[in-house]
Design a protein around this ligand. Structure first.
Ligand code: ATP
Length: 236
């Protein structure tokens, strides 16, 4: 079943058409990846789903409701959490306080408490550093904190914007492993990545975006094996 369905989505910045009549869907339980070069429109699509931008045309349907005109707070409350590019943790707040910010819309105190434990279990380094100023975490640790904070909102759908960007190889593998754990524990994932090889390897399905258009789609395996994808995105 489609949890999220994007239909004929167009998004403009003034006269620049960044996204042009894009169609794709994310089914419950899947990892779906959008891959594409710099400027292809990936971040714009994520920001539009999370309500930070509004489309010039098209619809975004989530759990059978159109959400493209809704405010981001309402979209978060409905179960969609975004981890933005570049992390955007709150400096000056500790690790625990950053996690609290993720749960600020929730009223189920016991559930929130259980989810701290879940996040600390998935990211042991955050537990070790729970009372440290988040600004002093390494890049990889900040990425984990941003993912942990998004999970504290208990999302049905998590939107990940280039989680591997700027990370050392050892952290990159860890982040992709954690994305699979997030899926296994029941959260649906929409993943945007420049690291196409790694993203397609864990994705159930993927879409290739080029200058605002979807060029190709298929299972992760199909796209990995595709000659055009190999040449353009996998250095083959
Ligand atoms: P990257 O991988 O480099 O982050 P992307 O696929 O996420 O790229 P977007 O950030 O969605 O691409 O950008 C799509 C297009 O929209 C680009 O041509 C970009 O220059 C343009 N764009 C993005 N934000 C703005 C803005 N605030 N004002 C004007 N143009 C913008």
């Amino acid at each position: 079943m489609a949890l999220l369905k994007v239909t004929d989505l167009s998004v403009n910045y003034g006269v620049i058409q960044a996204v042009k009549k894009v169609n794709f869907e994310v089914n419950t339980g899947e990892i779906v990846t959008l891959i594409g070069a710099n400027g292809a429109g990936k971040t714009t699509i994520l920001k539009t789903i999370s309500g930070l931008l509004h489309p010039s045309a098209g619809t975004i349907t989530y759990e059978d409701q159109e959400i493209q005109k809704q405010k981001s707070q309402k979209i978060v409350a409905a179960g969609i959490s975004q981890v933005p590019e570049g992390r955007h943790i709150f400096p000056g707040l500790t690790v625990v306080e950053n996690l609290q910010m993720g749960a600020f819309l929730r009223k189920d105190r016991d559930g929130v408490k259980a989810d701290y434990e879940m996040v600390f279990e998935r990211f042991p380094v955050l537990k070790e550093r729970r009372n440290q100023d988040a600004a002093t975490l390494s890049g990889g640790e900040q990425q984990m904190l941003a993912m942990g904070r998004a999970l504290m909102a208990k999302p049905k759908l998590i939107l990940l914007d280039e989680p591997s960007m700027g990370l050392a190889p050892i952290f990159i593998q860890e982040i992709f492993d954690i994305i699979q754990v997030i899926q296994q524990q029941g959260t649906t994932v929409l993943l945007i990545e420049q690291n196409a090889a790694k993203a397609l390897a864990i994705a159930d399905r993927g879409y290739v975006l080029q200058t605002g258009n979807i060029l190709l789609s298929g299972t992760g395996k199909e796209l990995l094996a595709n000659d055009d994808v190999q040449k353009a995105y996998l250095g083959g």
